[in-house]
Design a protein around this ligand. Structure first.
Ligand code: ADE
Length: 228
């Protein structure tokens, strides 16, 4: 079973549309749609925006469907000046940029108890995603994705995330999904298409480019299914 999670309908609706033998069930307020894509068992969920919604969705998915892997898909703010709107960032690790117990002498982003800052994504998954992206001819990079409960639309905040975490894009769910997967021993991947530059123009760019970016992310996932 492959689990797919996106925060917004626009990020998962066309993946749901590919499912055959569809079944829907609601758990913890999240609608899970399961079925088959290219002969593979798949479950797709829209989790809602932010880390708490994302974490509860990932945990419920793991407990109910026992997926072999979870992939978080969707759009993100771009932190890498070599990329453009529509380009793809694939995570090799994920960090929570708003996790901060530095006042107690710990590194920024430290996940106390796990004792790590960056959670590694599954190498087989991100290598397969990379293959799909490059076959589609989209520009991309592989690196850290930074998550926090904030839509980043400010050059100062953008610089803070780049300087402290060397992240390539920012969004609001991947870190929570990676955290839940890591604790449960479930391999995960994060695939994001750039909808904006996470800067002073982001509030204008996001509504303009999200549909196009979400389409790029979905096309990569469609190709990824054929490779498994
Ligand atoms: N998702 C898409 N763009 C984003 C941004 N600028 N900040 C956080 N999440 C995002």
């Amino acid at each position: 079973m492959i689990g797919i999670i996106g925060a917004m309908d626009i990020e998962v609706e066309s993946i749901k549309a590919l499912l055959t033998d569809k079944k829907e069930e609601k758990i913890s307020g999240v609608n899970f749609v399961s079925g088959k894509i290219a002969d593979k068992d798949v479950v797709v969920a829209k989790c809602g925006v932010g880390k708490v919604f994302a974490a509860l969705c990932a945990e419920a998915m793991i407990l109910k469907f026992a997926p072999d892997m979870i992939i978080n898909v969707g759009v993100a703010g771009c932190l890498d000046s070599s990329l453009k709107i529509g380009s793809i960032v694939i995570a090799d690790s994920v960090v929570q940029h708003d996790m901060d117990i530095s006042a107690l002498g710990h590194p920024l982003g430290l996940l106390d108890g796990l004792d790590i800052v960056k959670i590694p994504a599954d190498k087989e998954i991100y290598t397969a995603l990379e293959k799909s992206v490059s076959e589609l001819g989209l520009s991309y990079t592989v690196g850290t994705i930074a998550s926090g409960d904030q839509f980043v639309a400010d050059s100062g905040k953008k610089k803070f995330i780049i300087d402290n975490f060397d992240a390539k894009s920012c969004e609001m769910e991947g870190g929570a999904i990676g955290h839940v997967c890591y604790v449960n021993g479930v391999p995960f991947g994060i695939l994001r298409a750039m909808s904006d530059g996470a800067d002073d123009g982001a509030s204008m760019d996001f509504p303009t480019f999200t549909r196009m970016a979400a389409e790029n992310s979905t096309n990569v996932i469609k190709s990824f299914f054929t490779k498994l």
